[in-house]
Design a protein around this ligand. Structure first.
Ligand code: DHB
Length: 301
């Protein structure tokens, strides 16, 4: 009932752990993998990065702000962590982040033998003084150049994760598709956002600004997926503010073939995947839906 596919990867259920959530070590990812349809790793760069100082995350009922700053041990060390989660036999999507097409291609070649697909992160909002993340993902030509080069470098499916922080996300999605992307993840975090500690009279995050995620961004994610679905043929992993089964159903109706789960792990625990799939199944039973494939894109009819 819940099976779906993304770029020829078969998923037992449509819920994919989004990049950046409890996915910095193999054992953390292995714990989550039990009920998830697939796992996306933390974005990894060629060389180790320290990231920003604490505090890096703020959690409220309505939204989260994060500015981790891409802390990761670098690709060579991270491959050992990926090997651990691969033992679960769940599909693993390796998220990579670089500054130009050569870096992305090198990362894709290094990670390519250990993952089922590669996710090109051109949408991290948290680094402002380097051409990386959304500073690349706002430029359709740069995105196309990177996708082409990665496509020429590996034989696994290529997913491109887009930023919502652009005038028209459809232009970027079309550029990615034309360059050979096999799927799109939409959206990465919104913003930047800021929270100020009024007692201390200063921003809470050490980086001051952070990307916004959680329930408050769901309408933006739904709208962006809806627009992208009308413009491209490749499948979409709809991500942003999905916390309950009904949110996931809404995201499928907007046009997503699979659904990213990020902040919801903080709100509802590691077994959020089981909770959401049970809620989806209950809704489907009540509405006499046999397969989630009957729901993908129906809001466009
Ligand atoms: C970070 C945040 C993101 O939204 C992202 O896509 C990658 C990295 C971070 O701050 O580490």
């Amino acid at each position: 009932m819940l099976s779906t596919s993304i770029a020829n990867i078969e998923l037992g259920n449509p819920l994919i752990l989004a990049s950046g959530i409890l996915d910095t070590t193999g054992n953390m990812m292995r714990k989550i993998a039990g009920y998830a349809g697939a796992i996306t790793t933390k974005s990894v760069s060629l060389n180790p990065r320290d990231g920003h100082k604490n505090p890096t995350v703020i959690e409220t009922n309505d939204y989260m702000l994060n500015a981790i700053g891409l802390s990761n041990p670098g690709i060579d060390e991270f491959i050992d962590e990926i090997k651990i989660v691969k033992k679960t036999k769940k599909p693993v999507i390796g998220s990579i982040i670089g500054c130009n097409e050569e870096e992305f291609a090198k990362l894709a070649r290094k990670i390519g033998n250990y993952v089922d697909a590669v996710e090109i992160n051109v949408s991290c909002p948290n680094i402002i003084n380097e051409k990386i993340g959304q500073e690349i993902g706002k430029d359709p030509e740069l995105v196309a150049k990177i996708v082409k080069k990665v496509k020429d470098s590996v034989h696994i499916p290529i997913i491109v994760k887009l930023t919502p922080n652009v005038d028209d996300i459809v232009i970027i999605a079309k550029a990615a598709e034309s360059a050979g992307a096999d799927a799109i993840t939409a959206i990465n975090s919104l913003g930047p956002g800021m929270a100020i500690n009024i007692e201390a009279r200063k921003p809470v995050l050490s980086n001051k600004f952070g990307g916004m995620s959680g329930p408050a961004i769901k309408p933006v994610a739904i709208a962006d997926v809806y627009k992208i679905y009308e413009a491209v043929k490749i499948p979409i992993i709809g991500t942003g503010g999905i916390v309950h089964g009904k949110d996931a159903i809404e995201m499928l109706m907007a046009g997503a073939s699979a659904v990213g789960i990020g902040s919801a792990v903080y709100y509802r625990g590691n077994d959020v995947f089981k909770k959401i799939t049970n809620e989806m199944l209950a809704w489907m039973k009540k509405n006499k839906i046999k397969s989630i494939k009957e729901l993908i894109g129906v809001a466009h009819n």
